[in-house]
Design a protein around this ligand. Structure first.
Ligand SMILES: [Fe+2]
Length: 586
């Protein structure tokens, strides 16, 4: 239907000349534009849009008009998830959709990095095709695909190859650029800076990631036109970024839960219109046990965030940031019919969810199914490991750290100082205190066979066996951490066999595993099974000494430039500060 005709019909519905398709009557309507809850309101819907939202309860009724009595309950605009990862949290995309439907989220802006790190442009393109025709609305950002060093960017398409994907109206801009990456020298930094400026010239956004930046560095990064950040962990960091013009997304998801740490911001007498609540992704355990953005909202309400502000943070504020407020984020005439009914402002438990004029969830039941997404065969065969690797771990070049461990001496190691943050440590293996809790860590290029590097990891806690993953963030490298080379070999062999995922083995025995055959990063099994498998895997790692919560996530992040300070690639350790590639030798 032509846009003009659509709007003409909407106006006739509002004037009482054409009957609406659906009426939501007797609603306590949340007006996200003013922050008010207004009682005894009525919403008239025609086709997939709102024709009228106000106190008039008497539209022209036709035979086909459905009336839903909200019985004084609260009606909100559909929630908008401003920053998330739909293909990197171990489950497949369809499972994400299936589990999002009951949460009240009707629009999702997703990052596209995960599959692309392994499969390049195909990894973005096939996902983008899958975003269309789903029961909830999707937009996406283009992954900047910036690794620790150029050798992790082997699959990154040239900027001109990304232009058609960037021009797509569903694309809202460039996805999170880690602040250190924009300053990189040489081709690596040039490509990212060029991509950001192309996006800005096209009127699209550049999404940010300013973890740990402050003062001049933060200002210099902001000069590149970056307009959002989901990394602040204190109220001071939130305020600093708001003052610089950022849309600050308070992250409350599986990676971190920042609400308690930034809660002070809600007490300040400032303008909150650039504050957003988002998840940055939720893992299967999170989805199954707590929920998604609905769980983040409940946490905000529990923390005492006023309901009107909490709901603005997941509706109009997100729409404003992405320039989508003409379509979504409020319940006002001409907007998309995306709404939900909850018992009261304080009780966020949706009893009805409507997206695009269709009811997709009602009274505890999903009424829509995810549309199947197609991925080509080659995206299921991404773990290629040459036989030579196995022999070099046992007796060849890669065995050196193991030999060093046995012989003792001063060496360089990655040391975990929290479950995600590492530091560069020079350890003397002759000193019992320093050599305690040191195991091997192998980074192995599993898509291009361009080599492997064996280093040392301190502070993980693993006491026996080896754990390996192909679900590394920002890198196509497989990472294997282990106490002995036999177990490491078993893990690598098994990961090759199952096409990737996570495997824990002790010597020749597989103790637990999580197969993730799609690019080695996602499973296609139902969410409940994915959740069970991951839980079992993590429990077996913890049972065998690992002290960190979510140990699989810890290993997944060791190759990522998103987190300080010493990281690893198949070329060596990489010091994040200066991107120097470093050997084990001290
Ligand atoms: Fe993210």
């Amino acid at each position: 239907m032509e846009e003009m005709e659509r709007r003409f019909i909407l106006s006739k519905v509002a004037l009482g000349e054409v009957p609406p398709d659906m009426v939501i009557a007797n609603a306590n309507l949340f007006n996200s534009l003013t922050g008010e809850f207004v009682g005894r309101q009525s919403v008239w819907i025609k086709n997939n849009r709102i024709a009228y939202a106000g106190p008039d309860h008497d539209p022209l009724k036709g035979d086909g008009t459905t009336v839903i009595d909200a019985r004084g309950m609260t009606v909100l605009p559909g929630l908008i998830e401003g920053h998330t990862h739909t293909a990197s949290n171990r489950y497949g995309f369809e499972e994400f959709v299936r589990y999002v439907i009951p949460t009240g989220v009707t629009t999702v802006i997703t990052e596209t990095i995960e599959l692309a790190t392994v499969a390049g442009r195909d990894g973005i393109e096939y996902l983008v095709k899958g975003l269309e025709g789903q029961p909830v609305r999707f937009y996406y950002t283009i992954a900047p695909l910036c690794g620790l060093t150029p050798s992790e960017e082997i699959n990154a398409p040239a900027n001109e190859e990304l232009l058609p994907l960037l021009k797509n109206p569903q694309c809202l801009g460039i996805g999170e650029i880690y602040w250190g990456n924009i300053f990189l020298e040489g081709q690596q930094g040039e490509r990212v800076r060029e991509l950001a400026s192309i996006a800005l010239e096209m009127g699209k956004l550049v999404e940010g990631h300013t973890a740990g930046a402050s003062g001049r560095k933060l200002q210099a990064y902001t000069d590149f036109g970056v307009s959002s950040c989901h990394e602040p962990i204190t109220d001071e960091e939130v305020l600093e970024r708001l003052r610089l013009g950022y849309w600050v997304m308070i992250r409350e998801g599986s990676i971190r839960k920042e609400l308690p740490g930034v809660a002070g911001i809600f007490k300040k007498k400032i303008d909150f219109r650039r504050l957003i609540l988002s998840t940055d992704g939720v893992d299967p355990e999170g989805f199954l046990e707590e929920g998604y953005l609905d769980a983040s909202l409940r946490s905000a309400l529990k923390l005492g965030v006023p309901p009107q502000l909490a709901y603005q943070m997941v509706t109009i504020n997100v729409a404003d940031h992405f320039g989508l407020d003409h379509l979504i984020g409020s319940l006002s005439p001409g907007k998309m019919a995306d709404l939900l009914i909850i018992p009261s402002p304080q009780d966020f438990s949706p009893c009805l969810v409507m997206c695009d004029g269709k009811i997709i969830f009602r009274d505890g039941k999903s009424l829509a199914e995810p549309k199947k997404v197609f991925f080509p065969d080659h995206m299921f065969h991404t773990v290629t490991i040459p036989e030579a690797i196995f022999s070099s771990i046992k007796g060849g070049a890669l065995a050196e750290p193991a030999v060093a461990l046995a012989k003792a001496g001063k060496v360089r190691a990655m040391e975990l100082v929290s479950r995600l943050v590492t530091k560069e440590s020079m350890i003397d293996l002759e000193k019992p205190e320093e050599s305690k809790d040191v195991i091997m860590i192998l980074a192995l290029d599993r898509v291009g066979n361009r080599g492997a590097f064996m280093g040392l990891l301190k502070g993980f806690g693993l006491e026996r066996g080896a754990y390996g993953t192909t679900m590394s963030w920002d890198s196509p490298d497989m990472i294997v951490v282990g106490c002995d080379t036999q177990s490491m070999e078993t893990v690598i062999g098994r990961l090759k066999e199952i096409g990737g995922g996570g495997v824990y083995a002790i010597e020749e025995e597989i103790v637990a595993e999580f197969p993730a055959p799609l690019c080695g990063v996602a499973s296609l099994k139902p969410m409940e099974i994915v959740g069970e498998e991951v839980k079992k895997l993590e429990a077996s790692l913890r049972k065998n000494g690992v002290k960190w919560e979510k140990p699989a996530l810890t290993v997944d992040t060791l190759a990522s430039p998103a987190i300080p300070h010493l990281r690893i690639t198949h070329k060596g350790y990489v010091r994040l500060k200066d991107r120097k590639v470093l050997p084990v030798e001290a």
